[in-house]
Write a new protein. Structure first.
Length: 265
């Protein structure tokens, strides 16, 4: 919502944003705490919330803290967030964490022995996001160094992520910034319209990562990249996908970018 609001302001398409969000039957918003400190976004969401509530639409939000505890959130919003049922979601148990890891391994076509799955699930207990982050750190390391997972390797990676490094949550914004930093580019240029070679290639890598790491649709990737046409995105993703088959340097670049994405610090 925040990203789309910023893009709507930039491209003067606020009316389209209002139409999209104020006419839905069910609104699902993850990580509502990210509205913290964003006055303009909070104001727009306040009116969206009111419109949906007055027309008896369903609104479901998640946060890492209770509504009243979200910092720099307008009181009128925090009070409205408390109107409905506030449920405390507990962390998944060991069996559930193992099932999640196994499912994610199948999704990513990555083989992890049952004892490795169990060990990882036992070590990462806080939430599903950290669990996915740990798995992605393992996969990225194995791809980058062309090695198979082992208990010793997983122990080392999880020890690192638990001490001097932090598993991060991947967003479109973090992908854009990480790619820009990797290629020593200005973020504004990466998201801009210039089509010189030193910008087009990193831009296509950004599209590819959003498609494969976030499962974004082509139109959604286009919006995240400053309003690129979805056919341009399709072409960019397909180009990188084909190049990866035969270009070792590209494989290494993307593996390094993914390592920076999933493990920072």
């Amino acid at each position: 919502f925040t990203t789309e609001f910023d893009q709507a302001l930039k491209h003067k398409t606020i009316d389209s944003l209002k139409k999209k969000y104020r006419n839905c039957d069910v609104l699902l918003i993850d990580d509502i705490q990210f509205l913290s400190g964003k006055e303009g976004t909070q104001q727009e969401f306040f009116h969206t919330f009111n419109t949906l509530h007055q027309t008896n639409r369903q609104i479901v939000m998640t946060s890492d803290t209770r509504p009243k505890s979200i910092p720099q959130l307008e009181p009128r919003l925090s009070s409205r967030f408390s109107w409905g049922m506030v449920a405390d979601l507990q962390t998944p148990d060991l069996e559930t964490r193992q099932a999640i890891l196994q499912h994610k391994c199948e999704e990513k076509n990555f083989d992890l022995d049952p004892e490795m799955v169990e060990y990882t699930a036992k070590q990462v207990q806080n939430n599903v996001r950290e669990l996915e982050g740990a798995l992605n750190a393992i996969i990225t390391h194995c791809e980058l160094y062309a090695v198979k997972p082992s208990m010793k390797l997983i122990e080392r990676i999880l020890e690192q992520t638990g001490t001097d490094r932090k598993i991060t949550h991947i967003t479109a914004e973090t992908i854009c910034q990480t790619v820009a930093d990797f290629f020593s580019l200005n973020l504004v240029d990466l998201l801009g319209k210039r089509r010189n070679k030193e910008l087009v290639h990193p831009r296509q890598i950004t599209m590819y990562l959003m498609r494969h790491e976030l499962a974004y649709s082509f139109p959604k990737i286009g919006k995240a990249l400053g309003g690129k046409d979805h056919t341009t995105v399709m072409h960019g993703v397909e180009k990188i996908k084909k190049e990866l088959v035969r270009n070792d340097n590209l494989q290494r670049d993307i593996a390094l970018i993914k390592e920076k994405l999933y493990v920072s610090g």
